[in-house]
Ligand binder design. Structure first.
Ligand SMILES: Cc1ncc(C[n+]2csc(CCOP(=O)(O)OP(=O)(O)O)c2C)c(N)n1
Ligand SMILES: [Mg+2]
Length: 327
């Protein structure tokens, strides 16, 4: 695909912004400022930025518990996301969703589902709607290697195939489901091979290579928009942090972590940009600095925001689209 220097700069900015935002979550969670669970996607930035780069407005994306980066790239706004994670009333879900349920339907960006696998069937409702309305849009579901062992993944992929739906199944294979390594989850080397069982093209890529993510999604999205049906993409990657913040992470050795940290998707992309003289080190340093300033602002906004009122407790518990209710 052809990328301009502005495209390359935007991709690097997005990846650095995600890393900086999440690194701040790491620090602030440890300081006790963030309630609930937080799962960080540090090390998986190329996947989040790459998928979102190729999405159009109106395409639906449903990510999982580790993809704050998707929310940022979809333009939900760092203030509203940080406030949500802090449980504040100014959050995108008024502080009631937290890290795992933050989403914004107005930006066609779904919150995550606490039940692993269920999002892989639900997503087809959105892609079916896109197909039914003939709006040329698609729906992507982003989930982990662990979730790909749930029955709903298989059911959903088969359904998308038989209905020829514009659904993209994107597996972030980071090698672990909590403490269980992939080798103990299943005996399939390539999760992408599972597509063949349902007549769906399956492709495996290096999830730490932004260009591989861009190429795979560009092709899959093009096929989906043209009525060619679903694609299964497996991106191999690694999470640098434990499963959740606070996880003692005793099931992975340092050698393995060092191996993957040396394959940092951001450093790798920066090297490409420097080697090809697209950017100077000073420009890259400037991007890190401005990401840090932006995140300072989000943190301040979240810290200074009010808590939800006691009266808010039972508001928004049920959603009712009044237009569809028959008198
Ligand atoms: C049906 C179900 N079983 C178990 C869990 C608990 N759980 C939460 S995350 C997780 C592991 C997910 O692993 P993976 O899908 O690989 O995603 P990753 O955390 O590696 O990004 C599990 C088992 C759950 N949320 N839902
Ligand atoms: Mg995993």
């Amino acid at each position: 695909m052809t990328l301009t220097n502005n495209d390359l700069r935007k991709l690097l900015e997005d990846m650095i912004y995600i890393r900086t935002f999440e690194d701040r979550l790491r620090i602030n969670f440890a300081a006790g400022a963030i309630p609930g669970f937080v799962h960080l996607g540090i090390g998986q930035e190329a996947i989040m930025a790459g998928i979102c780069f190729n999405l159009q407005d109106g395409d639906t994306i449903g990510a999982s518990h580790r993809e704050h980066g998707v929310l940022l790239c979809r333009g939900i706004g760092g203030d509203k996301l940080m406030a949500e994670l802090y449980g504040k009333r100014t959050g995108i879900c008024k502080g009631k969703g937290g890290s795992m349920h933050a989403g914004d339907l107005e930006k066609s960006t779904l919150g995550c589902n606490g039940i692993l696998g269920s999002a892989q069937t639900i997503i087809n409702g959105f892609s079916f709607a896109h197909k039914f309305r003939k709006d040329g849009k698609l729906a992507v579901t982003v989930f982990g290697d662990g979730a790909s062992n749930r029955g709903e993944f298989h059911e959903g992929l088969n359904f998308a195939s038989i209905w020829n739906l514009p659904t993209i199944y994107f597996i972030c294979n980071n090698g672990y489901a909590i403490s269980v390594p992939k080798s103990k989850q299943n005996k399939v080397d390539d999760l992408s091979a599972r597509g063949a069982a349902y007549g769906v093209p399956g492709i495996q890529i290096d999830g730490n290579d932004i260009f591989a993510v861009l190429e795979a999604t560009e092709e899959a999205f093009k096929r989906a928009r043209a009525g060619g049906g679903p694609t299964l993409i497996e991106a191999k990657t690694y999470r640098w942090r434990g499963h959740f913040e606070g996880d003692p992470d005793i099931y992975r050795d340092q050698e393995e972590k060092d191996f993957w940290m040396a394959k940092c998707p951001i450093r790798r992309f920066e090297k490409y940009l420097l080697d090809h003289e697209v950017m100077t080190q000073a420009e890259i340093d400037g991007i890190w600095k401005s990401a840090s300033d932006r995140v300072d602002g989000h943190q301040k906004f979240a810290e200074e925001s009010p808590w939800p009122d006691r009266d808010d407790l039972l508001r928004d518990v049920y959603y009712c689209d009044e237009g569809s209710v028959q008198a």
